[in-house]
Design a protein around this ligand. Structure first.
Ligand code: 13P
Length: 257
């Protein structure tokens, strides 16, 4: 299955606001699993996005291996008087190669709008980071049939003109599926991902054909194989199940033939 893919999948773990130094042990176990070859690191890119406090030690520990490191958010500016914020340049300096922007928890907790998300994605590109741009509808929007309308609006507003398959990943995360144990059906995911591929094609041209489109929301070892097999699903953005190496590696196993 994996050898036929034209897009190398990415499985990224978003630790959210979880993990102190002791959690580095879990990252170490993931690294060992990748080095051991049991999850075929050549067939899938694997990333962990820890809290900012752990990026540097994680990156140092991961040096020389295949585990990628990402941040969870960045400021739009490179530096300045913005107490408490972290720039994309700082994430890159700490050892990150990517940053999640526009996660629904940022959109809700911090009132981030599509234009803010786009500016953050542009900041990520400026710093040489891959922007992992999140989109997704709420339960209420879904209930009244607005899923594709919302996703279309978020893609139009959040994805910068300069986005390419090399510098941008899109993550479809239905808000109602995050941390709830609920997931859309494979058919629903297929519909949204096909829509995203087409919409991005109109927005960005040919590069959209090979842009990685991740699914996120209650992905776990038991459902990963089915979800990852859906057309136009090029990997996963994983929350809760990325905190324990065994759970996370169980998801990576979806990509082992
Ligand atoms: P869960 O996998 O815990 O549902 O979280 C998904 C998510 O928000 C990843 O960014």
């Amino acid at each position: 299955m994996t050898s036929a893919r034209k897009i190398k999948p990415l499985v990224a773990g978003n630790w959210k606001m979880n993990g102190v130094k002791a959690a580095l042990g879990e990252a170490h176990k993931v690294r060992e699993a990748l080095a051991g070859g049991s999850t075929r690191p050549s067939a899938v890119d694997v990333m962990l996005c820890p809290p900012a406090t752990l990026i540097s030690p994680l990156a140092q520990g991961a040096a020389g291996g295949s585990l990628l490191i990402g941040g969870q958010d960045c400021h739009v500016k490179a530096s300045g008087a913005h107490t408490g914020d972290i720039s994309a340049e700082m994430l890159a300096d700490a050892g990150a190669s990517a940053v999640i922007v526009g996660h629904s928890e940022r959109r809700m907790d911090h009132g981030e709008m599509d234009r803010d998300v786009r500016a953050k994605a542009e900041a990520a590109h400026r710093a040489g980071l891959t922007a992992i741009i999140c989109v997704g509808e709420t339960a209420g929007e879904r209930a009244i049939g607005l899923t594709l309308t919302v996703i279309g609006r978020q893609l139009a507003g959040s994805v910068p003109k300069g986005a390419t398959a090399a510098n941008t990943v899109i993550a479809y995360e239905p808000v109602w599926a995050i941390g709830t144990g609920l997931t859309p059906t494979a058919a629903d995911v297929a519909e949204v991902h096909q829509f995203m591929r087409q919409t991005l094609g109109k927005q960005l041209g040919e590069t959209a054909g090979t842009m990685r489109l991740l699914y996120g929301g209650s992905v776990k070892a038991s459902n990963a194989k089915e979800l990852m097999a859906v057309a136009n699903v090029d990997g996963a953005l994983v929350g809760g199940a990325s905190l324990k190496a065994d759970d996370f590696c169980g998801i990576l196993a979806a990509y082992v033939d």
